[in-house]
Design a protein around this ligand. Structure first.
Ligand code: FAD
Length: 492
């Protein structure tokens, strides 16, 4: 997959010439331009910008631009559109669908140097920020003001708000705060022809016609480049409690989830699960020196978090819930964090799963959505299918096939290591996972997006009418198709 054998470069796109470089040098200072005529050379400074986080996709762009203002982005896109130069918008490069790296020689426009908080209103909790602000940095900015960000993910130290909005990232607390379609109040977007769509509303309610910002949330950079975001942020909780429980079946995971909604209702902020194989990978790759919080071997673990305003009250509720789980034999064991350090330690076992598996070798990752009762059946069926073919296990084509995810959102991450970069091996796993998901009325991407990794499945995932409407919108906004070509919408 590293080199996209299944795509052909669109010959209608121009290639970079000296006159183009001269133009970009007239807009940006030299330290904000990376140019290398040999981007494939392993020593090229462009390698990181051409490659995705999991090292599954790699492009060959010779030019990466780092604008520092909306006006610079506007000048760049206007020029690229006129000269038919294809562009890929890039944030923190943590996306896992191959969306942020070029497929061929698209010019990379990276937002890392647009990283200022423009405004914060401590009454409404609305923050207006540049697209390149890192999620964790925004959270640190909000902390002393008593607010926090409405989403949290393992990549928070690197991903940017612009990337989060463009992927409609979900993450660990979606069940409490909802997704970005609700929390983004306004956007500033540079359209492909350089026009700036100034729609940085800070209003929670605004029914004046079409809600245009929604088009760009989850568009994965195919309709324009987001430069500013107006984001509704919640109050930072005064009390946070976390517990981990051990469960011996996926039915028990579901029972524990239903009971959590009953007993913890408004304070329940996360309900995550993972299987025993996930523990093994994290322990081996990243946590060798740390004892697992729960003794013995259990099929599943769940992590619950509560966020509220009164520590003793929330703790009492969580203790009562844990007691009920154990008394009824739903959970086999459980621990509750006693302080912030222990909270982080419990979260680590969940958050380190994707990183650990990528340290283990070439990692394939999927993020499907389906009805909760079906979530883990996919992992069991995949193990059965590839096991019977003799392809599963240490030293085989696939190893470390495991499942974890956001029970509260009906979102499963199934991951596996692949022996080397076996293209056919990856295709076979894609086909199994996506076909299974579609047959069970699920979504092939709950939160990561389509990018290049799933574009070939869009014809099966969407109806002809849906795809035609997507193409009509794309053609209306980006008639030259310069923004993030080859991704999201399949060719006719
Ligand atoms: P990038 O990877 O740079 O870009 C992603 C897409 O957005 C690309 O298509 C790109 O072209 C486009 N884009 C980026 N910036 C802009 C912009 N300003 N304007 C227009 N288009 C733009 N995701 C989840 O949803 N939930 C999780 O729990 C989660 N956990 C993760 C854990 C780890 C360890 C890792 C590595 C990733 C995880 N992700 C998760 C995936 C990833 O972090 C998210 O998709 C994130 O939102 C991507 O942000 P980014 O800034 O890195 O974007």
């Amino acid at each position: 997959r590293v080199k996209h054998p299944e795509f052909k470069r669109n010959p209608s796109f121009a290639q970079i010439e000296n006159k183009d470089l001269e133009f970009f040098r007239s807009v940006l200072t030299p330290n904000n331009i990376l140019y290398d005529t040999n981007p494939d050379d392993t020593s090229s400074s462009l390698i990181p910008y051409n490659t995705d986080w999991f090292n599954l996709y790699r492009g060959s762009s010779s030019l990466c631009l780092f604008p520092t203002s909306t006006d610079q982005v506007s000048q760049i896109l206007k020029y690229c559109n006129r000269n038919k130069l294809a562009v890929v918008a890039q944030g923190g490069r943590t996306g896992v669908s191959g969306g942020a790296s070029p497929v061929f020689d698209e010019i990379i426009v990276n937002t890392s140097k647009m990283n200022k908080v423009r405004h914060f209103d401590g009454v409404s909790g609305v923050a207006v920020v540049d697209a390149g602000v890192i999620l964790e940095s925004l959270d640190q900015y909000l902390e002393p003001k008593g607010y926090t960000v409405p989403l949290d993910l393992g990549a928070k130290g690197s991903c940017q708000i612009g990337g989060n909005v463009s992927t409609n990232a979900g993450g660990l607390r979606l069940m409490k705060f909802g997704n970005l379609h609700g929390n983004v109040l306004g956007l500033e977007v540079v359209l492909p022809d350089g026009t700036v769509l100034e729609n940085l509303s800070t209003l929670r309610k605004d029914n004046t016609g079409y809600d245009l910002k929604q088009l760009f949330i989850g568009a994965e950079g195919t309709l324009g480049l987001i430069t500013g975001i107006s984001l509704l942020t919640p109050r930072r909780p005064k009390a946070v409690n976390v517990a981990m429980v051990a469960l011996d079946s996926f039915e028990a995971v579901q029972d524990a989830f239903v009971m959590a909604k009953e007993d913890l209702s408004e304070i329940l902020s996360a309900f995550e699960f993972w299987d025993y194989d996930s523990v093994g990978v994290v322990k081996r790759e990243m946590m060798q020196d740390t004892n697992y919080p729960i003794e013995g071997k259990h099929a599943f673990y769940a992590l619950l978090e509560t966020q509220g305003s009164k520590q003793e009250h929330d703790q009492e509720k969580l203790e009562g819930y844990l007691g009920r789980l154990l008394e009824n034999g739903v959970a086999m064991d459980g621990v509750m964090a006693q302080d912030a350090k222990q909270i982080n330690a419990l979260w680590s076992w969940r958050e380190k799963i994707p990183e650990s598996i990528s340290k283990s070798g070439t990692a394939m990752t999927y993020d499907v959505a389906m009805e909760v009762p079906l979530l883990y059946k996919l992992v069991e069926d995949a193990k059965d299918h590839f096991g019977k073919k003799g392809l599963l296990g240490p030293g085989n084509l696939y190893s470390n096939l495991l499942g974890f995810g956001h029970v509260g959102d009906g979102n499963l991450h199934i991951m596996a290591n692949l022996d080397g970069f076996d293209h056919d091996g990856q295709e076979a796993m894609d086909e199994f996972v996506f076909d299974w998901t579609m047959r069970h009325n699920g979504s092939i991407t709950a939160e990561h997006g389509v990018g290049v990794s799933k574009v070939n499945y869009m014809k099966r995932a969407k109806s002809d009418v849906q795809l035609q409407l997507m193409r009509t919108l794309k053609n209306a906004i980006d008639p030259n198709g310069i923004m993030n070509p080859y991704k999201v919408i399949p060719d006719k």
